[in-house]
Design a protein around this ligand. Structure first.
Ligand SMILES: Nc1ncnc2c1ncn2[C@@H]1O[C@H](COP(=O)(O)OP(=O)(O)OP(=O)(O)O)[C@@H](O)[C@H]1O
Ligand SMILES: [Mg+2]
Length: 604
């Protein structure tokens, strides 16, 4: 149902009041107090907060001083001030305030003008109450939207301001990055290669001011300026310029070499919209590199020369070492020969004995043969004469010539001689073995056999000085260089004999113990004083008179045993005697020591 507000009509309570909302303020201006009253009543009833006046000037004052009216309802015809004028003033004071104008009959033009000046709507008098409510609530809605819009706009402005200052900061930062790069030049160009940015590094390097190059082709600075024109530039950019060295000419005509990386700048659709040209002057760097290369080449040459020199020296050193080894080998050999020399007399005596009786046996045999020959001739004669006297003569002759004895003895004389020659053979063999240069290899050797044959060699040296008591246990075969160990045994046996002044005893023992073989040579000689014990293994240490000892025996023995992976122990008491103990691993020298042994074998 539609209600019409007449100046005299009572307020209508048909439309329910606005409840629960914050009261909107409405200013009502009309020169007719009845209309003001009716509208005010209706709107108050509807829940709005109202304020009213019949005077235009007063209305403006209220609006200005009390302010914050959501809607103003104003008549267009007022005394003193026109409604349009008032509308303008309201709008000026508060552009968000919505103004509804009340127009009388025939004032359409004014209503249109009011709308142009910013009025929200107009209501014709007499005003329909429902239309009034609708217009007011719409105006309020509009005001709300305006306020929201303003808030949104303000928000937007704030965001824009924030973004702008952020952008400004980024820009400043980028600028400072661009400008702080003193070593690198940074140039930006558009897709055509026309310069849009030219940092101070570029200014410094190329000698151009940014204002001079702005809009020119970046490529202009490259000496290879076949790309100086637009087409050339496209080709250049298409080639994907990355990390290349270019020769460029600076403004003052200097040729420099730069490194250059050109990176395309792409928009969202991956279209190249420009390029960033970054690089630096590498002229010095290249010169340094070239210098360095030259140095390196020189160094290589120098190293090669030095290496050759060192190799030559090494070769000479090796030669010297070989010579030294030879000399040492000769020394050792001569030392050994010297020991042999000392023993030669004794050996000669040993040989002399069997040779003596072989010689006498041969004389005996010669006589035997003469007798046998005489007897055989007599037998021939008797056989031919067939004479009885002759037979008797034969029997007598057989007696005289001791034919029976000769026939009896001849076998044993020959056997004895054979034994004699055998002994000579053994001695000569032992001697030969002993003096033989040992370039041998590792052998499985029965050390008891070594002890026996060494005793044979030195026998003449020992037999007048000492009773030799052998106590040889069961030994496993030992991997060793037999000749070298025999030499050790000979040294120890001769030392033992030398230590005995008159007559004494030498015990020679051999035992197998765990994985080792132990050979002990004990004498009842003079013993070694404590102060000498530490020195006896030193080369050339001897207490013997000149010509009798070289002082090499024990040092050589020590080295030989050490390189067999074994050791020599010595217990000694002055005036009581000395025991030397040679302890050898039954398995032979360990790998590391074995490596040395052939060298030693060469020396020995
Ligand atoms: N069994 C021993 N009893 C006492 N002293 C010894 C014995 N063995 C060695 N010595 C002492 O050790 C010294 C060194 O012995 P080594 O065998 O090295 O040399 P050398 O016998 O003097 O001379 P050579 O070179 O002829 O062997 C001897 O001179 C001696 O004083
Ligand atoms: Mg000696």
């Amino acid at each position: 149902m539609m209600h019409t507000l007449e100046a005299s009509a009572p307020p209508v309570a048909a439309v329910p009041p606005v409840a629960g909302e914050l009261k909107q303020r409405i200013l009502i201006v009309d020169d007719d107090p009845n209309i003001v009253q009716v509208i005010e009543q209706a709107l108050t009833f509807k829940g709005y907060s109202t304020c009213s006046t019949t005077d235009g000037e007063e209305a403006f004052r209220i609006f200005r001083e009390e302010g914050e009216f959501d809607v103003v309802l104003t008549d267009l015809v007022l005394p003193g001030i026109s409604g349009i004028e008032l509308l303008e003033k309201f709008k000026e004071l508060d552009p968000t305030c919505e103004v509804l104008v009340l127009t009388g009959f025939g004032s359409n033009e004014k209503a249109v003008e009011a709308l142009k000046k910013g009025a929200y709507d107009y209501l014709k008098k007499p005003t329909n109450i429902d239309e009034l409510f609708i217009a007011v609530s719409k105006a309020i809605e509009k005001k709300k939207l305006s306020l929201e819009n303003i808030a949104y706009q303000m928000d937007l402005e704030r965001v824009i301001e924030e973004r702008s200052s952020e952008l400004l900061r980024t820009q400043k930062f980028l600028h400072s990055v661009l400008e702080s790069s003193t070593e690198y030049f940074i140039i930006a160009s558009d897709a055509e290669g026309l310069i849009t940015l030219f940092n101070s590094g570029a200014e410094r390097l190329f000698g151009y001011k940014r204002t001079e190059v702005q809009g020119h082709r970046a490529i202009l600075f490259l000496a290879q300026s076949e790309a100086g024109n637009a087409a050339g530039m496209q080709d250049f950019l298409k080639s994907g310029v990355i990390d290349q060295a270019h020769t460029v000419v600076t403004r003052d005509g200097r040729e420099i070499t730069i490194s250059l990386t050109v990176t395309p700048i792409q928009d969202e659709s991956a279209r190249s919209v420009g390029y960033i040209w970054i690089g630096k002057d590498i002229t010095e760097q290249l010169a340094l590199q070239a210098q360095l290369k030259e140095y390196a080449q020189n160094l290589e040459k120098l190293v090669a020369e030095r290496t050759r020199e060192i190799q030559e020296r090494n070769r000479r050193l090796e030669d010297t070492l070989t010579q030294l080894n030879d000399t040492q080998m000769q020394l050792l050999q001569s030392e050994k020969m010297a020991s042999i020399g000392q023993l030669a007399a004794g050996v000669a005596h040993e040989i002399n004995n069997p040779i003596g009786f072989i010689n006498s046996n041969l004389s005996t045999l010669k006589k035997y043969i003469i007798n046998l020959k005489d007897y055989c001739r007599a037998v021939d004669r008797v056989v031919q004469s067939d004479d009885a006297d002759s037979i008797e003569e034969l029997i007598r002759l057989k007696k005289i010539k001791k034919v029976d004895f000769i026939l009896d003895d001849v076998t044993s004389v020959i056997e004895e001689s054979i034994e004699g020659t055998d002994r000579v053979k053994t001695i000569v063999q032992d001697l030969k073995d002993f003096s033989h240069q040992d370039r041998g290899t590792l052998n499985e050797y029965d050390l008891n056999k070594g002890i026996r044959s060494t005793l044979n060699i030195v026998w003449n040296e020992l037999k007048y000085k000492a009773e030799v008591i052998q106590d040889l246990g069961d030994l496993p075969l030992v991997r060793c260089y037999p000749q070298q160990l025999n030499q050790v045994l000979m040294n120890l046996l001769v030392n033992a004999s030398h230590a005995i002044a008159d007559k004494g005893k030498i015990y020679v023992r051999s035992r197998a113990r765990d994985d080792e073989v132990v050979i002990e040579i004990e004498d009842t000689g003079c013993g070694i004083p404590a102060e000498n014990l530490a020195k006896i293994f030193e080369p050339f240490f001897t207490t013997k008179e000149v010509g009798k000892g070289t002082g090499l025996g024990l040092s050589l023995s020590y080295r030989i045993v050490e390189r067999h992976g074994g050791r020599i122990e010595v217990d000694s008491r002055v005036d009581v005697g000395t025991t030397f103990r040679v302890i050898l691993p039954a398995d032979g020298p360990p790998a590391a020591a074995a490596e040395w042994v052939p060298a030693l074998a060469e020396e020995a």
